[in-house]
Design a binder for this molecule. Structure first.
Ligand code: NAD
Length: 436
């Protein structure tokens, strides 16, 4: 078992560190955020991720999982260092490598052990690992032999722990066999298929995968938009398409588009990466454009239904960018809430876990309800934004019971149309006929 340091304890770094300690490694997680580190030392996760708290506590108690703000303490003795800091989007859409560069400088300044392997989990443009190598080299305080590995992360927020133990593949991009073998050995206990390649290809696999998944979403959403006009049902269309094994059923759910901390920024970054080598990635540009429009689909439908939304009270059900997470980054709810407020509507929003994060982003013009019922009370219309199980399971009677007028715009197709028809509500969804 190895001595491992993880730099950055966000959704990727913390889950990685906790799971690596659970399979037996000795892990020290380092973050610059003192408040986060204090919490984690007490076994409290700063993020909502099912199963994470329990696993964290267990491995802290076993003495295999440590947290610190000191890069020196984390790197001094490490055999493997994972870089898992954020790579947010810059104004022009390209990836901001500021945090990665700082992490590399810190690594250079503090590594001592010959043969240490630095593996990058952060999503970084092709060629960045070579830059990381140079940044580390420039900051070495003594001659230390080290290797760089690209090890992109594919976990999904909301099922991150499950994905760590049951992912489809682990990609290892390395410049030499020894470095690849070290990362392979670290991951062996997970029992997940490993694909080894060169560094550039590994970096590209991550962007190409996210771009492809985003393409499937925008594709089915465009089909949904056409279905509405020609009288077809997108759920049946997607099912029928998915039966073809060349297509498969995954990622064909029509809705109000993708959000989150990865797809929006990674698609834009890939357009930039292509642009940097004089290639215009027209297909991906269209995917992004379609998604931006799709996020406002419910507002558009409500506007044409009501004429004007001025003075209307809107219940917004779900705020997080997807269920089972408190992550609000690039959530559709943000643009929807802003647009509704701009139209002069009032908004009462409910989310089971993302409310605190939402307040920081959307602000206090929205009323944050503590239950679905409270959000629905006296509403003129409801918009389903995130398909939380709690929202999907909501008895349809409740809309009529609590709302002023039970008019529902469902952005995630939570209810079967046959079920809706049995209740006294007006229902508009994505890619399906409205129930009036
Ligand atoms: P995050 O923003 O949640 O966390 C990043 C953490 O790094 C923060 O806690 C921050 O304080 C810390 N940090 C920044 N600079 C530091 C430094 N010099 N030393 C120590 N800590 C530092 O980010 P995230 O969502 O975990 O994403 C991390 C990377 O993984 C990104 O590149 C992202 O694209 C990629 N990724 C994310 C997901 C996901 O679902 N969130 C999935 C796959 C890949």
């Amino acid at each position: 078992m190895k001595k491992i340091a993880v730099v950055g304890t966000g959704y990727v770094g913390l889950v990685t560190g906790v799971c690596l300690s659970d399979i037996g490694h000795h892990v020290t997680c380092v973050d610059i955020d003192e408040r986060k580190v204090e919490k984690m030392k007490q076994g409290i996760s700063p993020i909502y991720e099912p199963g994470l708290d329990e696993l964290m506590k267990r491995n802290i108690e076993r003495g295999r999982l440590h947290f610190t703000t000191s890069h020196e303490e984390a790197f001094r003795d490490a055999e493997v260092i994972y870089i898992a800091v954020g790579t947010p989007q810059k104004e022009d859409g390209s990836a901001d490598l500021r945090f990665v560069e700082q992490a590399a400088r810190d690594i250079g300044a503090h590594i001592e052990r010959d043969g240490v392997v630095i593996a990058t989990k952060s999503t970084v443009p092709v060629g960045t690992n070579e830059k990381i190598r140079a940044w580390i080299q420039q900051h070495l305080q003594r001659p230390v032999r080290f290797d760089i590995v690209s090890n992109p992360e594919f976990l999904r927020e909301g099922s991150a722990i499950y994905d760590m133990f049951h992912g489809d593949r682990i990609v290892i991009g390395a410049g030499n066999e020894r470095a690849a073998a070290v990362i392979e050995e670290v991951n062996k206990p997970f029992g997940i298929p490993i694909f080894k390649t060169d560094i550039y290809s590994a970096e590209m696999i991550k962007y190409a995968s996210n771009a492809f998944l985003a393409t499937r979403i925008s594709f089915i959403n465009e089909i949904a938009n056409i279905c509405e006009k020609v009288g077809a049902n997108v759920e049946d269309v997607a099912y029928g398409m998915g039966l073809d094994t060349r297509i498969g059923p995954q990622f064909l759910r029509a809705g109000i588009g993708y959000g989150g901390s990865c797809f929006p920024k990674d698609t834009k970054a890939l357009v930039q990466i292509a642009g940097d080598v004089d290639h215009q990635f027209e297909l991906l540009e269209a995917v992004i454009k379609v998604n931006n429009k799709q996020q406002l689909k419910l507002v558009e439908k409500a506007r044409s239904r009501f004429g004007s939304l001025r003075g209307k009270r809107v219940a917004l059900l779900g705020l997080a960018f997807k269920p089972n997470t408190d992550d609000m980054r690039q959530a559709a709810s943000i643009v929807i809430a802003r647009e509704l407020l701009q139209d002069g509507a009032s908004v009462a929003a409910y989310d089971p876990v993302a409310t605190e994060n939402a307040k920081r982003i959307i602000g206090d013009e929205v009323v944050y309800a503590s239950s679905v019922e409270e959000a629905l009370t006296d509403a003129d219309l409801a918009m389903i934004v995130t398909e939380w199980e709690e929202i999907k399971q909501l008895p349809l009677d409740l809309y009529a019971k609590y709302m002023k007028t039970p008019i529902v715009f469902d952005g995630r197709n939570c209810y079967p149309l046959e079920e809706v028809k049995k209740h006294a509500i007006e229902y508009h969804s994505i890619g399906r006929q409205s129930v009036l």
